[in-house]
Every structure is written in C-alpha cells, then in structure tokens.
Write a protein that binds this ligand. Structure first.
Ligand code: ARG
Length: 458
C-alpha cells in the first residue's frame, strides 16, 4: 500500500528517485501563507454551509495557525514524500488535529487550491512591485527637479544630436516606469478572480458558497468557468511579460549609467557603496551593480519564455506540466523586486557632474539645427538654411572650432542674413529653452512634466 495521501488505489510506493524528482515542495513552500489563508477560508465556508461542523472548522483554523507559526519559526520539516506545499501542510494538520484535518479537503481539489494560492501570491507581488516602482519614480523626479537647467548632449545613433537637460532625460524614464506600473495594475484586475470552489475541473456537488470565499480572501470576482479556473496561467505570463518590460527599461537606464561613468563621458559617478574595485588594477572603480541588473534581464526574459513554452498546446484542464509555472514566477518576481530596490538606491546616491555634461554638450555642433532655424526666421527656406549651416559645420570641422566661435564677418560670407543676434540664438541654454512644443526639453515644459508626476505620485 502506498503511503501517499492519494495512495488508496496503489499497491506499491513510488520510485524513490522519481518521488523526490517530481516533488515541488523544494520551491513551492513559499506559498505557505497563501495556502493556509485559503484553507482557513475554505474550512469556514464548509462549516457555514453545514458541510463540516463548527468545531471541526475551529480545530482546523487553530491547527493551521499553529503550522503557520511553526513555519515562520523555521520549525517545519518539509518532506518530498508529501510532494508539494499543499499536501505537506495537510498531512501535518492531520497529524496535529486528527480526523478534522482529513475533512479539510472536502469539496476542494489541489487544482483549484493551487490556482487560488498562486493568484493570492501574484496579487501580493504586484502590490510590492508597484510600491518599488513608485519609489523609483519618486527618485527619478527628485533628480529631474535639481537638473532642469543642467545641459547635456541628447543623442541619436549615439551621436550628438541636440542639447537637452538632464532633468528632461530623467523624465523620459519617468514615463517608462509609470507605464510599467500601469501595466502591473492592469494585470492585477485580471488576477483578482477566485478559482477556489471550482474543484478538480468541473465544479463540486457540495452546496458551497464561492462568494463567501471571495469575500474572505479579498477577491473582487469569481472565476466564471471551473475548467478555465484550474487550467489557465495567462495571468502569470502577463506578470512575467510586465516584469520583462520593466527589466528592459532598467537595462537601458543601467547601460546609460555604465557609459556615463566611463572616463569618456564622465557624467556621473556611482557611490562607493554600489561599486567594486579590481583585484589587479588598483585604479578601478566599476559600476558592477548596474551591470548586474543589466545582466539579470536575461533570466526574466527566460522565465517568460519558459512558461509560454510550458503552456503551449496543453490540453484542458490541469496537467502536471503546469507545476513548472512556479519557478519562473518566483524567480522573475524576486529578480524584478531586488533589481528595482538596488537600482533605486544606486540612482539616489549617484553623483552627477554637470560641468562635464556642459563641456561635452559644447562639442558636436548641437546648435546646428537652431542656427538653421535662425536663417529660416530671416526668410530663408529650411532646405537652403540646412545647406548653408552644413557648409559652416564643414568649415568649423576644418578649423577645429564651434559655430559660435566663427566671427560674424565670416558667417556673413556663407549667408548675408546673419546678424549679431545669431550668437544669443545658438547659445545652448537658449536653444534648449526655445523649444516651444508640448513635452519638449524647455525648462518650462520639463517643470510641467515634473508637476504632473508629483501630483500622480501623491
Ligand atoms: N504541485 C502541484 C502544482 O503545482 C499542485 C497541483 C496538483 N494537482 C494534481 N492534480 N496533481 O501544479
């Protein structure tokens, strides 16, 4: 006779290696709190409906709370013989309280139980990720506020393009992280459906009260179809997808911080507490944490692809394949949360170097567009203005000077439309603040973006 909880029809035990190999308790034990919360609600519901006695329900609740305390005190001995977190807890409950423990699983299957546990778990993780994103967004806004007039080169193709403020650059990331948070909140709405009460796949013959369960467990809705309730994991895939996008955004920001900390740029210096040295080169200070976050994007993308692939072509309803949903979920959730935390603290402690940014912004003729616009205001068609400034730039490259260093007389050889006011019009701060369009890098516009962000974060 098999020793398993489900061993009734089996005449011998599972192969020892296979039993250990197939067990998920080694990682799904992290669901213990959700599993116990779900079981207590289920026991209350069974008693309310007269399916078990009030006394049994009270014993179950007390026993489960004792187990919860044991687990949190590190006293629980998880056993692979009991496969997963659900059966480990149930077996221990029965050991503790006897008969009543065996009644807990009435009108329930592990299929609706595990689906409920991971929805509870995912809801909590979303709240945590959104909280961390809010703190990152706040940090980004704080930097932006201090740097609405700090000029740096704006790049396209990694070539100097147009002057922008560091504050403007920061607020670009603010928008990305805000959309990331919105994505998680949107997913939350779809996770907020209760599977419990769906049974193995087709419902239950007991007169249960699923609405009571939803109210107890804080779910906004009931899963509508029992088969869908136990079969689907799309909400985890959505979580992994939103996590991947957030990590992708972090990796772009990290990449910029890494570049900007190099001596070629020198725009920023990471705090010592977020850097490492070299075992051989005494002069080195490496932006390791930014690199590590950039590197960890790979595993989160992997988690997404792993579960997408596991779920592909699975027939309805539950299949054991679906046990493979856990590790990607846990890994991605831990990774995105720890990366957000490290990144936010690293960013908040970084030291900016506005003088170097300004110096670099003065190179690369970033006021060339503005010089062309100047000629347009004097009546030249834009295409012709573009050509005139192109020639001036070529002249400056030869002479190794900037446009603003060319004397007026020389400028007038290229076009007689130039006048003395050209110099103020191609000053970098002037160029930046002259941008009139909504959402531009002009100080006034960046301040509006900051104001909207602060209202949003309050
Ligand atoms: N550990 C299992 C999982 O995570 C629980 C569900 C088991 N259900 C079953 N019918 N074997 O998927």
């Amino acid at each position: 006779m098999s020793k398993k909880l489900w061993g009734g029809r089996f005449s011998k035990d599972m192969d020892a290696f296979v039993s250990e190999w197939a067990a998920s308790v080694g990682y799904d034990y992290v669901l213990y709190r959700d599993d116990i919360t779900g079981s207590i609600a289920h026991a209350k519901m069974l008693a309310k409906q007269g399916i078990i006695t009030e006394e049994d329900a009270q014993n179950i609740e007390a026993g489960l709370n004792e187990i919860l305390a044991d687990i949190e005190d590190g006293k629980m001995e998880w056993s692979a013989d009991n496969e997963d977190v659900h059966m480990n807890i149930e077996a221990l409950l029965t050991e503790k309280i006897g008969e009543a423990g065996k009644r807990l699983h009435t009108a329930r299957s592990r299929n609706d139980q595990v689906a409920t546990d991971i929805r509870l778990f995912t809801k909590n993780e979303i709240l945590e990720v959104a909280r961390l994103l809010a703190s990152l967004r706040r940090t980004v806004v704080n930097i932006a506020k201090d740097h609405t007039l700090t000029i740096m080169p704006g790049y396209t193709h990694m070539q100097h393009a147009q002057p922008v403020s560091l504050g403007f650059h920061m607020m670009a990331y603010y928008q990305m992280f805000t959309r990331d948070a919105d994505r998680f909140w949107d997913i939350y709405k779809r996770v907020d459906f209760l599977p419990l009460g769906s049974g193995a796949m087709s419902g239950t013959t007991y007169d249960t009260d699923r609405q009571f369960l939803a109210d107890e467990l804080g779910f906004a809705h009931l899963c509508v179809n029992a088969m869908d309730a136990v079969s689907d994991r799309d909400f985890i895939i959505e979580f992994l997808s939103a996590s991947s996008i957030t990590m992708m955004h972090l990796s772009r920001f990290c990449e910029e911080l890494i570049l900007w900390s190099s001596s070629e740029f020198g725009f920023v210096e990471m705090d010592d507490s977020f850097s490492t040295g070299s075992s051989i080169m005494p002069q080195k200070k490496n932006p390791d944490m930014a690199e590590l976050i950039r590197g960890k994007v790979g595993r989160v993308y992997g988690d997404l692809f792993s579960l997408l692939t596991t779920m592909k072509s699975l027939p309805l309803a539950y299949n054991k394949d679906m046990q493979e949903d856990k590790e990607p979920l846990f890994d991605a959730s831990n990774t995105v949360q720890s990366c957000l935390k490290v990144f936010t603290d690293m960013l908040a402690s970084a030291r900016w170097k506005p003088a170097n940014m300004q110096q670099m912004a003065e190179r690369g003729f970033m006021n060339a567009t503005d010089a062309a616009d100047y000629l347009v205001t004097k009546g030249l068609p834009f295409r012709e203005a573009h050509a005139v400034i192109g020639k001036i730039v070529a002249y400056c490259v030869d002479e190794k000077i900037n446009i603003e260093d060319v004397p007026l007389g020389k400028l007038q050889e290229f076009s007689e439309l130039f006048d003395n006011d050209i110099f103020e019009k191609i000053d970098l701060t002037y160029c930046m603040n002259a941008k009139l369009s909504k959402g531009s890098t002009a100080r006034k516009e960046v301040e509006l973006q900051i104001l909207a962000a602060e209202n949003d974060l309050d």
